[in-house]
Ligand binder design. Structure first.
Ligand code: BTN
Length: 250
């Protein structure tokens, strides 16, 4: 039973004990004529969860949150897509933060959330464009909540860090509320505020770290453009990078 205090988000929640990918289901649902924004699809288990760059998203059954939110951000131009990344990243970090107070939470450009510098959540946004505006958006979110161990060293879960078991439905409600909170701010035109808050929580902001593009370099993030390009100060001067062009080196 969902008790989220929201205006429109999560008023309809579809729970799938097991499915291939909630993003695929959401994209499929967009073909129905009566689809409305705010629908959430959540899975107990995904058999082929999808991640960024064509990767798989693996998640232990019934241990974590794997969900997709359907939005209709037709007030956004295709070139403003990155605002949805900001909304999703900030919402996820805010929801997790409440459960792991005192721990280091950061959003990582372009769409991860880090807990003590390890990945605790990933975001996969898929947009349906109509001409130059966004007609529909599917925000796919995977949060590592109660999973105990990971194949990847750079991954972690909330439970691994604070050593307790979390109630998935409470975290789900918080997440839905936070997504609506940031989405409504975006919809009411608070773009600059959102960008500033994103920068405040951004991993590597104003700090020198090592990155890799075609070569390894040291740089500090000084801004993220409206288009989502990462702007860095490096030994070669100010450079900007698109998704996939640069990667943080642990
Ligand atoms: C990433 O970090 O690579 C993004 C991971 C996104 C995973 C979520 S889980 C729910 C939704 N359905 C999917 O198939 N993927 C996203």
């Amino acid at each position: 039973k969902i008790l989220a205090k929201t205006l429109f988000l999560g008023k309809e929640v579809i729970y799938m004990p097991s499915c291939h990918s909630t993003n695929d289901i959401a994209l499929q649902m967009l073909k129905k004529p009566d689809i409305r924004e705010g629908v959430v699809i959540i899975a107990g288990h995904q058999t082929s969860g999808r991640g960024q760059r064509g990767n798989n998203w693996k998640s232990d059954p019934d241990s974590n949150l794997t969900l997709s939110v359907i939005l209709k951000p037709n007030f956004l131009q295709a070139s403003d897509q990155f605002y949805l990344n900001m909304v999703a990243s900030l919402a996820v970090q805010r929801a997790i933060q409440g459960g792991v107070d005192g721990q280091d939470m950061k959003v990582k450009w372009p769409n991860d959330v880090l807990l003590n510098e390890k990945k605790v959540a990933g975001i996969l946004i898929e947009n349906i464009l109509q001409k130059s505006s966004i007609q529909w958006a599917v925000l796919g979110i995977g949060v590592n909540v109660n999973q105990k161990s990971f194949g990847l060293e750079k991954a972690t879960s909330m439970s691994q860090v604070v050593n307790k078991v979390f109630d998935l439905s409470i975290l789900f409600e918080k997440l839905i509320e936070s997504i609506e909170y940031y989405y409504l701010r975006l919809r009411s035109g608070k773009r600059e505020e959102l960008r500033e808050e994103y920068l405040q929580h951004l991993f590597g902001f104003q700090q020198f770290r090592n990155y890799r593009t075609e070569y390894v370099f040291s740089g500090k993030i000084i801004d993220v453009a409206e288009t989502g390009r990462l702007i860095m100060e490096t030994t070669k001067g100010v450079q900007s990078f698109d998704f996939k062009e640069v990667e943080f080196l642990y």
